[in-house]
Ligand binder design. Structure first.
Ligand SMILES: O=c1ccn([C@@H]2O[C@H](COP(=O)(O)OP(=O)(O)O[C@H]3O[C@H](CO)[C@H](O)[C@H](O)[C@H]3O)[C@@H](O)[C@H]2O)c(=O)[nH]1
Length: 355
């Protein structure tokens, strides 16, 4: 029988791609997700246990039933702007959720954890490429909650021998090239799917460019877009690393190259052949001008390097998914969301399945 891995938040965008990668690598993904923002139809590679990460008893029950070799933790709220408006919810879901998960793991003797962290822990470091050695100075509550979780993991390691790989994602983009799963958030706030929706659904609503006065070559903000399948592979590599006895580390996951908002729009226009209407708007609160990874440690430690590094590939894969999934998402900006997210990247509505 294949080795189970409990994937908390495995019904969301990145978590579901991680499940597919786990299954392909011979593991048995077991999804634990409250489906508040995740999707039951994204759970295709193993069982679904429906529950909130903050419900320690629920997590313990799943751990005792499935006895996983490791846990992947994606369940979090992950929108920078929303975290500025409602930090309490972010501390509750992200920090309390992680605390309950760690307590449940200790109670059940499961001690290997792969954690969805974020480049948001660095804040606005003002360097070309961000390495893990830089000081963490988050500039929004979302980043602060991810850093608090990382520090909690350090303390749980010292006292209770929980080992963790904290994967600091830069900007996840793209979709499973097979079209099984992709990015589905409701409402959608992320740049790539918003621009694709504007192009493919021929929306008359212009894409808002949040800030065109940044100190960057074209004035728009630069991010390191990394293919979601590459992120998924890094999680499998992190589980293997822990299984082989590797020590706890924080690891950046990015390509090492940045693209501006204008370059993302141009890539979508080039792939779709559609001119996307745009409108210049104010900077979004909490957004740094430039976040690009130095991914060296991921390669030396995990043997991981992004393979689909071209923005065009990510846009093509995301377009394929969008065509398949249809224009279901709202693109009206961040709105209220209910409870634990499913993947660290937001998600959408879904029927509840008890498992
Ligand atoms: O309609 C839009 C949407 C986004 N942007 C801009 O596009 C860039 C990318 O924005 P996204 O919302 O797609 O992604 P973020 O960089 O805000 O967020 C990502 O990085 C964060 C850390 O900084 C978190 O990890 C988060 O979960 C992850 O999605 C930003 O400069 C943003 O201001 C626009 O100009 N218009």
């Amino acid at each position: 029988m294949s080795t189970p891995v409990l994937v908390v938040g495995g019904a969301g965008y990145i978590g579901a791609h991680a499940c597919k990668a786990l299954a392909r690598a011979g593991f048995q993904p077991v999804v634990y997700d409250d489906l508040s923002t995740g999707h039951a139809d994204f759970v295709k590679w193993g069982p679904l246990v429906t529950g909130d990460v903050r419900d320690r008893e629920g997590v313990e029950k799943a751990l005792r039933q499935w006895r996983p070799a490791a846990v992947m933790h994606f369940a979090a709220l992950a929108l920078v702007g929303e975290s500025m408006r409602d930090p309490g919810r972010y501390y509750d879901v992200n920090v309390v959720g992680t605390l309950r998960l760690l307590q449940a793991m200790v109670a059940c003797g499961v001690r290997d954890l792969v954690f969805s962290s974020s480049c948001a822990v660095y804040g606005d470091p003002g360097v070309d490429r961000i390495s893990e050695n830089l000081a963490e100075r988050p500039v929004n509550p979302y980043g602060a909650t991810k850093l608090a979780c990382e520090r909690m993991m350090g303390d749980f390691e010292t006292a209770q021998r929980v080992r963790s790989v904290r994967l600091r994602y830069f900007n996840a983009a793209g979709a499973d090239p097979g079209g099984d799963i992709g990015e589905r958030h409701d409402p959608e706030t992320h740049l790539v799917p918003i621009v694709i929706a504007a192009a493919l659904d021929r929306s008359a609503v212009p894409v808002e460019i949040f800030g065109s006065d940044y100190p960057t070559p074209d004035g728009t903000a630069i991010r390191d877009y990394v293919h979601v399948c590459d992120l998924a592979d890094a999680h499998v590599a992190a589980v293997r690393y822990l299984q082989e006895g590797g020590a706890s580390r924080t690891v950046n996951l990015g390509t090492g190259a940045g693209a501006s908002v204008s370059e993302v729009i141009a890539a979508v226009e080039s792939v779709t052949g559609v001119d996307v209407p745009t409108r210049r708007s104010h900077r979004r609160a909490g957004d740094p001008p430039r976040l690009v990874a130095d991914p060296t440690r991921a390669e030396t430690l995990l043997g991981w390097r992004a393979r689909s590094t071209q923005l065009r590939t990510m846009v093509e894969d995301a377009c394929r998914w969008h065509r398949r999934a249809g224009p279901a998402m709202a693109v009206t900006g961040p709105g209220p969301r209910s409870a634990a997210d499913a993947d660290g990247q937001g998600a959408g509505r879904s029927a509840v399945v008890r498992g």
